[in-house]
Ligand binder design. Sequence first.
Ligand code: NAD
Length: 427
Amino acid sequence: MRKIAVIGTGYVGLVTGTCLASLGHEVTCVDIDEKRIASLQDGHCPLHEPGLSPLMQSNILDKRLHFTTVLQEAVQRAEAIFIAVGTPENEDGSADLSYVKNAAENLSLYMNDGTLVILKSTVPPGTNQAVHSWMQAISGRTFHVVSNPEFLREGSALHDFFYGDRIVIGHSDAEAGQMLVEIYSKMKTPILQTDPLSAEMIKYASNAFLATKISFINEISSLTEKVGADIEQVAQGMGMDRRIGEQFLRAGIGFGGSCFPKDTKALIEVAKEAGHPFRLLSAVIDVNDRQKNLLIEKALNRYGCLKGKRVAVLGLAFKPNTDDIRESPALSLIKRLQELEADPIGYDPVVKSIPLCPVSDSIHEVLTGADFAMICTDWPSISDLPLDVYENTMKEPVLFDGRNCYPQEAFQGRNIEYHSIGRRSYK
Ligand code: NAD
């Protein structure tokens, strides 16, 4: 078992630290955010992630999981150090590596000889080498940097850590790579060892491919709507082909979250710099931007003007089972509603507030008196909501469903107007 430090206690750092502790390692998680660390030290999990809080607490009790703001304390004892800080987007869309650089430079002040540095943050190809150079300029130690991109999905992060499809380890030193293989040795997940540049590309290419699949089915949904076909039936038929696969074939109001939007843009910048403009991926982003506005277009077609309309926005998180609202399509929809002088009010089972508009955790309250409702996130409390509730609470039961939560047949004989994605409207 190894002594491990994890730098950054966001989604990736906290899940990685907790799960590595569960594998038996002794883990210290470091963050510069004092409030966050104080609350973690008290055993409070800052993320809404199924299963994370109890697992974190049991590892704290077993004294395998610690939290600190003192980098030196964590790094001096560590044999392996994971860098899991954020890599947000710069104004031009490229990845901002300043947090990675800062973490790498600081830890090189304190680390021991022979320490393994593991780059978990999503970074452009060449960053492994850059991190090595930044650290070498400061540290007189010998060390190796391996790339170990993260593939977890928010909402199923623990499952994805323990039962992921693959662990990618990019290294230029077999012994360094082997040390990380051993850290994961209790897991049955297949391990792919590559060179560092390829490991970095695997992460971007995987996210770009998934984003492409989403924009592709969204383009098809615009066509099915025009020709009178049903996107749900089309996606089912496509997904039954194992070469295509059924996942990521759900038409909707576009992808959001803290990864796909920034990682697709970062890859476009990588491609530009490499002298190979990535036209396909630019189109994927364009389609997604248009898709985020789709429910508004449908409402404008229906009403002409949205001024003064009270709108129930159902679901604020960028997807179910998380409280993450980063780049959530719901937020751009709310902003657009406000520009059009509508009066949105949000419902979400876990997101308590947003700066843009009032939020309630009672779906009944939000629907009561609403002129129309827009579904942005398919939380079970939304997709399982009996249709009677819309009929009985709203001023007029008009529903714009951005996640195709309901089958069309459910509206037969009902007094609800239903507009969804890639299917005929039911009036
Ligand atoms: P996050 O923004 O939620 O968390 C980053 C944390 O790092 C913050 O708590 C911040 O305070 C801390 N931090 C920043 N600089 C620091 C420093 N010098 N020392 C200590 N702590 C520092 O980020 P995240 O969502 O966990 O993502 C981290 C990386 O993993 C990103 O590169 C992201 O693209 C990638 N990733 C994220 C996901 C995801 O679902 N969130 C999935 C796969 C990969």
